[in-house]
Write a protein that binds this ligand. Structure first.
Ligand SMILES: Nc1ncnc2c1ncn2[C@@H]1O[C@H](COP(=O)(O)OP(=O)(O)OP(=O)(O)O)[C@@H](O)[C@H]1O
Ligand SMILES: [Mg+2]
Length: 325
C-alpha cells in the first residue's frame, strides 16, 4: 500500500512579472517502509513537491495523501505524523542544538522531561555532544545538516521528508549522514528524499523518480536508470592538438550508444562491460598511435541520465538561488 500518494500535482508561482509552472501534473507513489528519491536538477520542482506534501504550500491542482490523510483537507493531522528537514527547514540560529531539539519537543507537546531526554539521546546519536550547547549559527555545514535532521525526528515520525540532505557536504560528512538515514530506514521509517546526485539516490533509495520541469520523466531503481544510459562510461582526454576522428571511431565501435564530444579533447561513451571495453579501447588507441592525456571509466551521473532521457543535460536553473537557504 502506498503511504504517500500524489496525482496530477500542479503548482504555478505567480509574481507580478511572470508565472512559473513549478509542478506540471506530477504523480508520485511511495510504498510504506521504502525510500523514494526525487532526482532532478535545480528548478525541477523537488522542493515544491515536498512543500506540497508536508502542507507548507497548496497546489493549484491535483491531490495528495500522506498515510491516507488528505494534505489539503487535513493538514494539521498530516503534520503530526511527518518530519521534514532540508532547504527550508527552520532551525533557530540563535538557539543551541539542545535548545532547538527541546523546542521541537515542546511544540509536539512531549513534556519538558521527555523533550530533554530525547534531545540528549539525539545529540549523542548524531555525534553533536561537543557542540550541543553552542548556538547553531556557529555550526559547520555538516553539523547543521545533522541538527536539522535530528530536529525532524524528535517525535520519531513514521514519514520523513528530506530535501537535499547532503548537498554541499564534504565526502566524509556525506557518508556520516547517509549512515544516519540508513539507520532510520532500518527502523521502518518511510523516506521521501530529494537529491541532485544519482549516486545518493543509488545509495539510499529503493525507487527513484526522475523529475524535470515539474513532471516525472522516468521511474525505476538506480540500476534500471543506469542501464538506460549504460552501466559505465569510458572517458578519454586526448593530448592537445590531436585529431579526434580515430578516437571517435574506436569509441563508436565499443560503445553502447552515441559518442559524446564535450570539448576538442574530451570524448566519452556508454559501454556495457566497463573494464573489458576500456582495455580494448586503450589497446586500439595505442595501436593507432593516438596519444592520450587521460583515460578512465566512470559511473553515470544525473547529467548522463538526463541526456539520455531528454536529449539535453541537467541544466541549472539560475533563478532558484533565493530558494537555497
Ligand atoms: N516562491 C517562489 N516564487 C516564484 N518561483 C518559485 C518559488 N519557489 C520556486 N520557484 C520556481 O519554481 C521552480 C521549481 O522550484 P523548486 O524550488 O521546486 O526546484 P528544486 O527542484 O527544488 O530546485 P533546487 O535543486 O535548486 O533546490 C523553479 O523554476 C523556481 O525558480
Ligand atoms: Mg530545492
Amino acid at each position: 500500500m502506498a503511504i504517500i500518494e500524489a496525482t496530477g500535482l500542479t503548482k504555478i508561482y505567480r509574481t507580478r512579472k511572470s508565472e512559473v509552472r513549478a509542478l506540471d501534473g506530477l504523480d508520485l507513489s511511495v510504498p510504506e517502509g521504502t525510500v523514494k528519491a526525487l532526482l532532478g536538477p535545480n528548478g525541477a520542482g523537488k522542493t515544491t513537491t515536498v512543500k506540497v506534501l508536508n502542507t507548507l504550500i497548496r497546489p493549484d491542482a491535483g491531490t495528495a495523501t500522506v498515510s491516507g490523510l488528505d494534505v489539503l483537507q487535513q493538514p494539521s493531522r498530516v503534520r503530526e505524523i511527518i518530519g521534514a528537514s532540508g532547504q527550508y527547514a527552520a532551525v533557530d540560529e540563535n538557539l543551541t542544538a539542545r535548545e532547538n531539539l527541546a523546542m521541537v519537543g515542546s511544540l509536539y507537546h512531549l513534556g519538558r522531561r521527555r523533550s530533554r531526554a530525547r534531545a540528549t539521546e539525539l545529540i549523542e546519536a548524531f555525534d553533536l555532544v561537543d557542540a550541543a550547547d553552542r548556538p547553531v549559527k556557529g555550526f559547520s555545514g555538516g553539523m547543521r545538516r545533522r541538527i536539522d535532521l535530528a530536529c525532524a525526528i524528535v517525535i520519531n515520525p513514521p514519514i520523513l521528508f528530506l530535501d537535499e540532505p547532503t548537498t554541499g557536504l564534504d565526502p566524509r560528512s556525506r557518508l556520516a549522514l547517509w549512515a544516519i538515514i540508513e539507520d532510520l530506514v532500518q527502523t521502518g521509517t518511510t523516506v521521501l528524499l530529494t537529491t541532485q546526485y544519482l549516486e545518493e539516490a543509488d545509495q539510499l533509495a529503493d525507487h527513484i523518480s526522475v523529475i524535470d520541469q515539474g513532471k516525472v520523466i522516468a521511474e525505476g531503481t538506480a540500476d534500471e536508470l543506469k542501464a538506460q544510459v549504460g552501466g559505465h562510461r569510458v572517458v578519454i582526454t586526448l593530448v592537445d592538438g590531436v585529431d579526434q576522428d580515430v578516437a571517435r571511431d574506436v569509441l563508436q565501435r565499443h560503445g553502447a550508444g552515441p559518442v559524446r564530444v564535450t570539448s576538442p579533447r574530451d570524448l566519452d561513451v556508454a559501454v556495457e562491460q566497463g573494464p573489458a571495453e576500456l582495455q580494448l579501447v586503450l589497446g586500439e588507441l595505442s595501436a593507432g598511435g593516438v596519444p592520450l592525456h587521460d583515460a578512465g571509466m566512470r559511473r553515470p551521473t544525473l547529467d548522463d541520465v538526463f541526456l539520455s532521457l531528454t536529449g539535453h543535460g541537467a541544466v541549472a536553473d539560475t533563478d532558484t538561488e533565493s530558494e537555497v537557504a
